[in-house]
Ligand binder design. Sequence first.
Ligand SMILES: NC(=O)c1ccc[n+]([C@@H]2O[C@H](COP(=O)([O-])OP(=O)(O)OC[C@H]3O[C@@H](n4cnc5c(N)ncnc54)[C@H](OP(=O)(O)O)[C@@H]3O)[C@@H](O)[C@H]2O)c1
Length: 345
Amino acid sequence: MKAGIVGATGYGGIELLRLLTNHPQVKAITLFSSSQAGEKFENIYPQFRGGESYVLHDLEPEKMKEDLDVIFLATPSGVSSQLTPQLQGSHAKVIDLSGDLRIKEPATYEQWYKKEAAPDGTLGNAVYGLPEWNQEQIEKADLIANPGCYPTATLLGLGPVVKEGLVKPDSIVIDAKSGVSGAGKNPNPITHFAHAQENFQIYKVNQHQHIPEIEQQLTIWDDQLEPVTFSTHLVPMTRGIMATIYLQLKEGMSEEDLRQKFKSYYEPQPFVRVRESGGFPCTKDVYGSNFCDIGLTIDARTKRVTIVSVIDNLMKGAASQAVQNMNLVFQYDERTGLAPLPVYP
Ligand SMILES: NC(=O)c1ccc[n+]([C@@H]2O[C@H](COP(=O)([O-])OP(=O)(O)OC[C@H]3O[C@@H](n4cnc5c(N)ncnc54)[C@H](OP(=O)(O)O)[C@@H]3O)[C@@H](O)[C@H]2O)c1
């Protein structure tokens, strides 16, 4: 299979290249850059020296869609909404890592992203690529909207209880934290080392663009749910997301019964691991891997449920989830090329 990566020089693109070079079904990889075409990839990222040498190419949609079997778009929002329509109508499958194709309602996308939405024909074809919950649709898809990093952690943490209609509709609060690589490779005043190091900050309060993505999927599962409170914090670490989720159940339930619900959903899933009683994951439990680890408890005094869900934002939150989606689209075992256990410490 021949794969292409647009935005290969970014954090998501680099991880895609690392994974695809170890994927047994991928025989050729072409890298694209909007700013550094002609440059050798290993001259920019010397850690790739010693393997195959890659030259960055200009974007040529007509040629790309004829030559390639799968095209990953690891580009900032506002790019794939314009580029994807030019890539459709060929045999090439497209997997978009940006937020451009995730929100079905164009006005909602424009409100939260402050950019023009993709055309209806493109949005209508995009399948939301959360493999643990959407496998059948993904297997038939030509176009995948790879979920955001925060939504991946949040939705995997909420799926088993929301899908069964167990949650009090107005009770969900999501307190989420991310490492600085979530903001991509370009530094800004908030992610600058001197500001971020030894600092802990909340950002985009009630305004984060992942809010409509999370609510869209939650209300597909349970249309009675009301808007959620979702807060995001920057943690002085490179990778990792922890979503700590608080909610109330409509009816009392033992912690063990709740845990069994999670286990029954996720035991068949190779990349979601549910902790036993008393166990809560930390971000290093999944570092560099495609795993999502989940811990949960019920507070006997307040009856409130706490669910903790962790992922590596660049892996399950971006590149490795995109490869998992590619595997499903091409009918490979979804674990193909995604074997690595987490890096620790
Ligand atoms: N970082 C994360 O944890 C994470 C997680 C989930 C999803 N995402 C999403 O994935 C996408 C990529 O994120 P990232 O962190 O990899 O960002 P990044 O590090 O900023 O990289 C984005 C890349 O896109 C390319 N690019 C910029 N403008 C372009 C244009 N007009 N046309 C084509 N390519 C363009 C750039 O490469 P060239 O200059 O070489 O073209 C750049 O290296 C974003 O939409 C982001 O929201 C990121």
